[in-house]
Design a protein around this ligand. Structure first.
Ligand code: GLN
Length: 453
């Protein structure tokens, strides 16, 4: 049914970069056979899932939305992909994304943008606009995204879906093509909070292949989502992430969602996180610095594309690397590599990267203080509803500002969820409310989110 739906709608939505109909059907048949043989099955066995094209999938192309990885087929599965397969979940295909997960609109994909299923002239969020859109357009019940600065939560908000960024280290990064290793975290994109919890439970947990993986069981997210209990829960409204700068309808739906939680037994406290004012600036130094280092491996020798400068008959290895990176990377990736190498260069390292790391510590301190009086923090997920395709493409600062509410969580490593909060009255488009919890307390997000459904 999902493959039929894709055949019907994905020419218009363009959420998939690659559909693996044969593989998905074979995996579904294998589950049927095990069921017929009365073998024990995982509760999600047979439930299909779509995977963002930044996760390595054995035998399936993995491009990260980039020309430089065109044609690359990984020889191994990411750990979370192994866990999906072991649970008997057929993988429908790989979803579109901004190139190397840099962006907030999926317009930086080298393979063309994804369109928001609510209005095809609008962006589906980014970088994981493919994963949010396959779920929103009923092409998949579940999808995997990655969130380095909001790429699961913001696409969820603008497509009326649920997105979770688990605690840093809660889901293995082994086989996730790194953007910024200290910020990246994979997580669920779904239509309900309980679905997200069930998927989180499959992909989460310790992995010896990832040295930053937390050595502890998955938090009790499924139980929390089922109970949806917010009685006595203290919800901290972050003063710096409400009001000015947020679209009135987004703010209104946020206020209504909070009021509903109060009706269900939660309490509201106001918290202040003054260092959040510097989060965007710090993030856009730390991310390009780590990305410029991580992307050095795309050297035309090891993976994907290799082109020589056409005017040179016998190019040197260095000339091939330069020509390949010139042809293979898009403008946003080049911008960030230049920014990152600059920020890391000798003489500037302390002033830029070092200062940004200090800001990162202050942001973590703000969170720690806020969590003394609040169990979860809340804000609108994104400042506006989905903007029009093309609107911010030529203005990187405007694009970056979209991440204002989502970035602090990545800098501090704390978990976050975005849950639909209704349609904005002025444009009829989806809005999202975000909850943040202390590290490893992911179940609080599911309790708060499920109480709104
Ligand atoms: N929009 C952010 C960026 O461009 C977030 C990216 C992400 O989470 N992968 O960096």
């Amino acid at each position: 049914a999902h493959l039929d739906r894709t055949a019907a709608v994905d020419d218009a939505v363009h959420a998939y970069l690659h559909v693996d109909a044969d593989g998905a059907i074979a995996a579904a048949r294998a589950v049927d056979a095990r069921r017929a043989a009365r073998e024990p099955l995982h509760p999600l066995a047979g439930v299909p899932v779509a995977v963002k094209d930044v996760m390595a999938t054995k035998g399936l192309p993995t491009t990260c939305g980039s020309r430089i990885l065109e044609g690359w087929v990984p020889p191994y599965d990411a750990t979370l992909v192994t866990r999906l397969r072991e649970a008997g979940m057929p993988i429908l295909g790989k979803t579109n994304m901004d190139e190397f997960a840099m962006g907030s609109s999926t317009e930086h994909s080298a393979y063309g943008p994804t369109h928001n299923p609510w209005d095809l002239d609008r962006i589906p969020g980014g970088s994981g606009g493919g994963s949010s859109s396959v779920v929103a357009s009923y092409q998949a019940p579940l999808a995997i995204g990655t969130d380095t600065g909001g790429s699961i939560r913001q696409p969820a908000a603008v497509t009326g879906t649920v997105g979770v960024k688990p605690t840093y280290g809660g889901v293995s990064r082994y086989g996730l093509v790194a953007l910024a290793s200290s910020l990246d975290q994979a997580g669920p994109c779904t239509r309900t909070v309980l679905d997200a919890a069930l998927l989180h439970d499959v992909i989460g947990g310790h992995d010896p292949m990832d040295s930053t993986s937390i050595d502890a069981p998955v938090p009790p997210v499924v139980e929390a989502a089922r109970r949806a209990d917010v009685s006595g829960l203290r919800i901290g409204i972050v003063r710096e992430l409400t009001g000015e700068g947020f679209q009135p309808g987004v703010q209104q739906r946020f206020d209504e969602a909070v009021a509903l939680l109060v009706e269900r037994g939660a309490r509201v406290v106001e918290v202040s996180c003054p260092s959040f004012a510097y989060a965007l600036a710090a993030y856009y130094l730390i991310l390009p610095s780590e990305a410029s280092s991580n992307l050095a491996k795309f050297d035309a020798m090891r993976y994907g594309l290799r082109v020589g400068p056409p005017e040179v008959a016998h190019p040197s290895a260095e000339q091939v690397m330069a020509a390949t990176r010139d042809a293979g990377f898009g403008p946003e990736v080049k911008r960030r590599i230049i920014l990152g190498t600059y920020a890391l260069s000798s003489g500037y390292y302390d002033a830029y990267y070092g200062t940004a790391q200090k800001v990162r510590r202050l942001i973590a301190d703000d969170f720690a203080r806020a969590f003394e009086t609040a169990d979860v923090l809340a804000s609108p997920t994104a400042p506006t509803t989905a903007f029009r395709l093309g609107d911010k493409l030529d203005d990187p600062m405007a694009m970056y500002l979209n991440d204002i509410a989502t970035i602090p969580a990545n800098l501090a490593g704390v978990p976050g969820i975005s849950v639909p909060s209704g349609l904005a009255p002025e444009d009829g488009l989806p809005t999202g409310i975000q909850f943040l919890a202390p590290a490893t307390e992911d179940e609080r997000l599911y309790a708060a989110g499920a109480a709104l459904e």
